[in-house]
Design a binder for this molecule. Structure first.
Ligand code: KIV
Length: 272
């Protein structure tokens, strides 16, 4: 189905607010390297997230905790070289903003200066208020991230749905309001009940982007490797796979191996 959408030469944080106001849903997808970012950007995804999920899908770590600021800057600068239309948001990795707000600002500045990205994303609410505020005061756009926050996975103990209980839901709503009041340009809500996510999206004027948060929010984000079916062992209910690249790539690579072994590759037209 084709959908009406405004044309943007470059999506900005202002464009995202306009999209929310006009009811146009926002598409956001991860990318961590030049080739993938080119494809994602050409497909007119509005926001590219250089997520710290690179720690999982690129580096093979169990959690997002090990990825470093230098590694995030490397991924982000590759994406920046590729993407001409999308707004590029970069996760500040675990350990680079939680200890104090001055370190948070230094990390955000390094990301902006060394990668050329347009905004940063941080996980948490009131606990990181000072850091968010300091980064925003330096003129750097900040996106919040509430609900399941993978950098705190060892505090939660599991990747199950968050904010099902009244007390956690109330805190999440207060955190969302606080992020809006501080001046964040958007909030990611991960793996929370759809009803709560809709309520939050309706209560703030900034765009709320969901992952596993239902259809009542202003946009959706997925990890591109999951959408393409490259990560075949990850099967949460919220994930819609559009391809099974794990199998398709595996079968293409097996054909190559067979062609080499059988001396079919290269043939006369594939040599000099
Ligand atoms: O790192 C990431 O990919 C994310 C998304 C899951 C929102 O934070």
């Amino acid at each position: 189905m084709s959908v009406a959408k405004k044309e943007y030469k470059r999506v900005t944080v202002k464009s995202l607010i306009e999209m929310k106001e006009s009811g146009e849903r926002i598409s956001m997808l991860t990318a961590y390297d030049y080739s993938m970012a080119k494809i994602v950007d050409s497909a007119q995804v509005d926001v590219i997230l250089v997520g710290d999920s690179a720690s999982n899908v690129i580096a093979g770590h169990e959690t997002t905790l090990p990825i470093t600021l230098d590694q995030m800057i490397y991924h982000a600068s590759s994406v920046v070289r590729a993407a001409k239309r999308a707004l590029i948001v970069v996760d500040i990795p675990f350990g680079s903003y939680q200890s104090d707000s001055k370190e948070a600002l230094r990390s955000a500045i390094r990301i902006m200066k060394e990668s050329g990205a347009h905004a940063v994303k941080v996980e948490g609410g009131v606990e990181i208020k000072e850091s968010v505020s300091r980064i925003l005061h330096a003129g750097i756009p900040v996106m919040g991230h509430l609900g399941l926050t993978p950098q705190s996975i060892y505090k939660f103990g599991t990747y199950t749905v968050r904010a099902k209980e009244e007390q956690e839901a109330e805190k999440l709503k207060e955190d969302a309001k606080m992020l809006e009041e501080l001046g964040c340009f958007g909030i990611v809500l991960e793996k929370i009940p759809a009803k709560l996510a809709k309520e939050v999206a309706e209560s703030v004027s900034i765009p709320v982007i969901g992952i596993g948060a239902g259809n009542g929010v202003d946009g959706q984000v997925l990890v591109v490797h999951d959408l393409l079916g490259m990560t075949h062992e990850f099967n949460p209910r919220f994930l819609r796979r559009y391809m099974n690249l794990y199998e398709e790539m595996g079968s293409a690579i097996s054909s190559y191996v067979n062609d080499v072994k059988s001396r079919d590759f290269p043939n006369e037209n594939e040599q000099y």
